[in-house]
Structures are given as C-alpha cells and as structure tokens.
Design a protein around this ligand. Structure first.
Ligand SMILES: Nc1ncnc2c1ncn2[C@@H]1O[C@H](COP(=O)(O)OP(=O)(O)OP(=O)(O)O)[C@@H](O)[C@H]1O
Ligand code: SF4
Ligand SMILES: [Mg+2]
Length: 334
C-alpha cells in the first residue's frame, strides 16, 4: 500500500511564457494505492500527473506532505534510506524508444538488473538466465526471438513489453504507467493495456495509471478509483464507473464532455459542458481554481477555495461548492 498525504510540489519556472513565475504542480494531493489495486489519474496537460508519478518513483522530490510506503513514512528517512522503498515503485515510460539503450541487446538489458538481484539475494548464475526467460514469457514475448535482438529490431508494442519486463526485474509492488500506450501504434495498445491488467492478477502488482484518455483508464483500472486533477489539485475522485456515469464536479464534466462521440453509434450525454474560457496558467485564482472557466461559478467560488470532501455518504469525493450530478459521457445507441 502506498499513501500520499498532502503532497505539494512547486517548480521554479523554466522561463518561457510564464516568465520568472514559479509553477505549483501539486497542491496537497492525497491518494491511496491499495496492494494489487488500480488507481487512475486523469487531467489535462500540465495538471501535474507526471510530477506525481515521478515523485512516487523517487525521481522527483516533493516540498511538503507525507509519502507512506507500507508502514514507513519516507519523509522521516534520509535520502539514501529511501532508495529501497522507491525501488518498489517502477515507472513505465511513455516512450519505449528512448527508455531502452539502443546499443544493448534485450538479453543484456534484462540480465544486468537480474545479476544484481542474484548477487544481493545469493541466487546462482543459472537463476539469471531462467528468470530472464520467465519475465519475457510473462509479458507475452518469445524469449528465443527477442533476447538476441536490439530495440530497433522490435515493434513498438514489443519494446514496451520489454520495458515492462525490465521494470519487473526488481519485483516491484507498484507499476506507474505514465501515458504508457500513447506512443504505441493504436493496433498494439490493447495488448499492452491487457498486459497491465494481467500483471495485477498474476503478480498482485498495483497499477498507477496516468493518462488523459478516459477509455484506457476505464479499461485498466475498471475496479479501482479515478482521480481527476486540475492544476495540481484533486477535484474529484471515486470508483471509476461512478465518476464517469455521475460526475459531480464541473471540471470533470467538461473533461468528460470533450471525449469524441461516435455519431451513429452513441448518444451524447445530455448535460455536456464546455469551459467558459481557455486555461490561463498564469492566473492564480484566490478562490476555486476552476472558477474563471466554470459555467456555474458564483461569488463564493471566486473568493473561497473548496477542499476535497465526501459527497454525502458515498465513496465519491469532490472539491466544489455546488456539486451536481450531470450525465456527460456518451451512451451506446440501442
Ligand atoms: N522540471 C520542471 N521544471 C519546471 N516546471 C516543471 C518541471 N516539471 C514539470 N513542470 C511544470 O509542472 C506542471 C505539471 O507538469 P507535469 O509534467 O506533471 O504535467 P502532466 O499532467 O504530466 O502533463 P502532460 O499531460 O502534458 O504530460 C506543468 O506546468 C509543467 O510545466
Ligand atoms: S466551486 Fe464554484 S467555480 Fe469551482 S467548480 Fe464548483 S461551481 Fe465551479
Ligand atoms: Mg505527463
């Protein structure tokens, strides 16, 4: 189990359009990834999804809050002592092309981390070879075909499977899949998503699925929770199907309304919404972060910021003064 409590992160600006302003990437994010469970984060570009995934994998620091892995609050440990905990979380990169060293065969890519583990755990050399083959089979690849090859000799889907196999060499408890299929040919995506689902079942590994594509979050994290992030704040969260069928936060409603409708096959959700304004990242509203764009904003929204709270006695949470269930996702025509 991994829990985040009030995780915050601010970056000094890279310059560019934001000038010298700093960027608040995460604003007190709470989350819980249960063992063997799936959690999906969705939100538009720049909302802080990757930052959160990188923090979990120990690739980025956080400024405030607590990250609790198992029973250990990592904030209380020295950086060196955090490393073994971060190894339990492995990141699957968006781009399988750059994630693998092009000058090394797949065999050499997988062998080195396995050798290290064999040395640490006193396993014989023969274990490395058998484990290499086992991991490749687990991710649906034929070891005899793949092992002698270089990354460029494989398809995008095969490469992403190798990336998953490499992540599994350290027996992680959590796989963070950050837009893991967005750069893969559409025809191969379902295979990778199915693999992530299968790993949850066979290895009990938890999946943190980061995406701006609702359909893939729905597929991989069907029985888990969906977190909707807006400008670094979780504005709605709850069981995936509940949030999709009955979103109560206007931002979620706008986000889901933007999913293209398959005209002739689907009926658009009757309450579809569009934001009033485009996003202006330079503006830092005093009240609700979504107020400048929200069709339902009132005076209180402009002066006060709503915090994430529970919707009645339901498992759904929202950060809106006026939550209202609206149906925005398209439904199939009968
Ligand atoms: N190293 C960095 N230095 C400065 N700003 C950064 C850095 N990394 C991220 N940011 C900023 O933090 C915010 C969140 O970025 P992040 O990459 O987490 O968003 P994201 O939700 O993953 O977006 P996308 O969907 O485009 O991948 C953005 O405004 C981004 O510009
Ligand atoms: S708090 Fe107000 S501005 Fe913010 S999302 Fe809810 S209705 Fe819109
Ligand atoms: Mg990202």
């Amino acid at each position: 189990m991994i829990e985040g409590r009030g995780i915050t992160k601010t970056f000094a600006s890279r310059g560019g359009v934001l000038g010298s302003q700093s960027v608040t990437a995460l604003r007190g994010v709470d989350f819980l990834i249960p063992r063997g469970g799936a959690v999906s984060f969705i939100g538009e570009s720049g909302c802080g999804k990757t930052t959160l995934g990188r923090i979990l994998a120990g690739l980025e620091t956080y400024d405030g809050g607590q990250l609790i892995v198992g029973d250990t609050d990592l904030s209380t440990l020295k950086p060196k002592a955090r490393e073994p905990h971060f190894r339990r979380v492995q990141l699957i990169h968006q781009d399988p092309y750059s994630a693998l060293n092009p000058t090394r065969t797949i065999e050499s890519t997988l062998r080195d981390p396995l050798r290290l583990r064999a040395a640490q755990t006193g396993k014989p050399a023969s274990w490395v070879a058998s484990q290499t083959e086992e991991l490749l089979s687990l991710v649906g690849l034929d070891p005899s075909y793949v092992l002698p090859r270089y990354p460029h000799q494989l398809s995008g889907g095969m490469r992403q499977r190798v990336v998953v196999a490499r992540a599994l060499t350290v027996e992680p408890e959590v796989l963070v899949a950050d837009e893991a299929v967005s750069m893969i040919d559409v025809s191969l995506r379902l295979g990778i998503l199915g693999l992530l689902r299968q790993l949850r079942e066979t290895l009990g590994v938890s999946i943190l699925f980061i995406t701006h594509d609702v359909a893939t979050a729905r597929y991989v994290g069907a029985d888990g929770e969906l977190y909707v992030i807006y400008r670094g704040q979780v504005v709605e969260r709850g069981p995936v199907e509940t949030v999709l069928a009955d979103p109560v936060h206007p931002y979620t409603q706008c986000l889901l309304s933007a999913i293209p409708v398959l005209h002739g096959l689907e009926r658009p959700g009757e309450d579809r919404l569009v934001p009033k304004e485009p996003l202006d990242e330079k503006m830092e509203p005093a009240g609700c972060l979504f107020a400048p764009r929200c069709p339902f904003a009132t005076e209180v929204c402009v002066s006060e910021r709503p915090v994430l709270g529970r919707l009645g006695g339901t498992p759904q949470h929202h950060a809106c003064f006026f939550p209202a269930s609206r149906h925005v996702v398209a439904t199939p025509l009968r």
